[in-house]
Ligand binder design. Structure first.
Ligand code: NI
Length: 139
């Protein structure tokens, strides 16, 4: 793959802030400030990109729920079948006697993924949910 052309630019920054940033870089394991800054810029652009409901996106939804809650698994499965076009894969883990973890991989528009994520999380008996979204749009 051809290496993208690089642009160098200067940044003025308070000493205290760059000291904190350098500590972060070291802790996170970056080799250089440039690598760290590029990653921060990409992360911010992804965050901005997924605000657009039409943005092509992938998502990882994790649900922790009560295994004993009546009909909950049926509801979760039925809703996933209704939106099968968004769902790539589902993994179910029996965490302990009471709790299940379901990890659902999604692909579609950011808005559609957010909607089904919110709908699945809102069922009674779902104790915790987290949705990690990223865009597949070129940055
Ligand atoms: Ni289970």
């Amino acid at each position: 793959m051809p290496r993208p052309s690089l642009t160098r630019f200067g940044v003025s920054i308070e000493q205290d802030l760059i000291r904190k940033f350098d500590r972060f870089i070291e802790h996170a394991g970056y080799g250089t400030r440039s690598e760290a800054i590029r990653d921060l810029i990409r992360a911010r652009l992804v965050e901005e990109g997924i605000q657009d409901p039409k943005a092509p996106a992938t998502g990882v939804l994790a649900l922790v729920y009560d295994h004993h809650k009546r009909d909950l698994e049926d509801h979760l499965t039925a809703l996933q079948h209704d939106h099968h076009e968004l769902i790539i894969a589902t993994t179910h883990v029996h965490l302990d006697h009471h709790n299940c973890l379901e990890v659902i991989l999604l692909k579609g528009s950011a808005g559609a993924i957010r909607d089904i994520g919110a709908a699945l999380a809102s069922f009674k008996g779902v104790k915790h949910s987290s949705l990690n979204l990223t865009t597949t749009r070129d940055l």
